[in-house]
Design a protein around this ligand. Sequence first.
Ligand SMILES: Cc1cc2nc3c(=O)[nH]c(=O)nc-3n(C[C@H](O)[C@H](O)[C@H](O)COP(=O)(O)OP(=O)(O)OC[C@H]3O[C@@H](n4cnc5c(N)ncnc54)[C@H](O)[C@@H]3O)c2cc1C
Ligand code: SF4
Length: 523
Amino acid sequence: MPAANHYDVIIIGTGAGGGTLAYRLAPSGKRILLLERGDYVPREKDNWSTRAVNLEAKYNTKESWRDKDAKPLHPHTNYYVGGNTKFYGAALFRLRKEDFGELRHHGGFSPAWPISYDELEPYYNRAEELYQVHGQRGADPTEPPASKPYPFPAVSHEPRIQQLSDDLKALDLKPFHVPLGIMLDEKNPRTSRCIRCNTCDGHPCLIYAKADAQVVCVDPALQHSNVTLLTGAYVERLETSPTGREISKVVLKRNGSREEYQGNVVVVSCGAINSAALLLRSASDKHPKGLANSSDVVGRFYMGHTNGVVLALSKCPNPTVFQKTLAVNDFYFGDKDFNFPMGHISFVGKLDGVTLSAGAPAIAPGWTLDLMGKHSLDFWLTSEDLPDPANRVTLNRDGEIVLSYTPNNLEAYNRLVKKLEQVMQQQTKCSAHGHDCHVGLFARNLFLGQRIPLAGVAHQNGTIRFGRDPKTSALDPDCKAHDVDNLYVVDGSFFPSSGAVNPALTIMANALRVGERILERLR
Ligand SMILES: Cc1cc2nc3c(=O)[nH]c(=O)nc-3n(C[C@H](O)[C@H](O)[C@H](O)COP(=O)(O)OP(=O)(O)OC[C@H]3O[C@@H](n4cnc5c(N)ncnc54)[C@H](O)[C@@H]3O)c2cc1C
Ligand code: SF4
């Protein structure tokens, strides 16, 4: 009989990586322990309140980190069962095939991955099935080859977005439908689980119709009697056997007390920043620079994308309810004016006056925030930031997380904004206002300034990179630590480069891949 606190596999963190892995391992009958520092997101009307979510940041962690100048940093991140997928916009993109190779950017090089796109492709299929992705193959000009169709049809555009799509097509661009993990059945609206509401991106789904890691992975995994979840379980430290080659204890705090657990396999999946912090906190005689860190890469190469929200204001109102249906990848790898990758254009959920007041937007003369919210098209821009060893997670003397980051490759982002402006200035379709309709573009972000600031860590990745060489990577190509025989990492930490599409589907697909390796090992 195994001891009560001994498990075959311990998974720390229940988000896109940890939750998906738990789902994959659950049917094996192995004893699996899921450790999650947060609780379930409470189901309450505030889930769908833009005031509670965007203005009061009700569900954000209240934790304070530091930036490189030791100033307090209040991260926009969430600690709950399901991790940040509870709040995500469920835009579930595959990385491009080229993102797995080395790519030359204006600001430097984006390094190759130790696995190819083709190796991950079957797992992308499975992740798309699991997360019920609605999309249309063949429309995205940079789409990688896929061996299966999307499991569900694309989510339709509402009239204003359809009009934009038609306009963009008239300019010889190839707008397409964002692949989305929402449980929408447009043919049967009466029975559709998703009701296509205006509080999806950034909000938890009150009626569990978003394919998040809690709803589609953790809850089903817990139907298996061999799977146990402990919430409110903050993992403080991992300890090793005397050789340093094996995790011997997972040490956590729960209800104010210290508890210890053992696992034959231990998987860290706390999100790229917290996973790096956990390994650094677990330094010991055998691992003086931090656990599994003989390479000194743990915490380094932090990436988070260069993201920004750009409002396009028109005289015509934009009555769209669910706006995040259209994307443009024509500039992803560059164009004739700029022969370097620029990135990805899509949408955030429809912004309203309340949400706009959470930042400090450039107010258009004569417009109130409410009016801006009623007339804006709210674009979301993503450009790749490049891995830099100086962009890193460390711990200060008080054990606080320090996130040091200097943006790079900004020309790509600036060019992408310019492209969007040029494209929007060519909009001619409005029958009521003619050319005057699209009066201007106002760049803002949900917080301050032009771009999403450092606290916007939604796309965090890269801090425990995988690779073939133990001198330059912490994980091997199966995401097992080079230095420790029973330690794996399956959150966004493993990315050696980040591409310029949203990261979650790649994290999910990789967790399914690593899950297979772990199952082979346990057999
Ligand atoms: C508002 C918002 C919108 C987004 N929209 C999209 C989108 O449309 N498409 C997309 O692809 N991505 C999107 N993302 C990003 C996406 O949510 C993340 O890429 C993804 O959730 C990361 O998965 P992960 O497993 O690395 O970490 P997470 O999902 O963050 O999971 C980490 C888990 O570990 C737990 N944890 C942390 N530390 C500890 C500890 N010490 N002990 C125990 N547990 C711990 C956390 O509570 C959390 O549950 C969005 C994110 C946000 C915030
Ligand atoms: S009902 Fe649909 S659109 Fe609304 S939050 Fe849920 S999944 Fe998103």
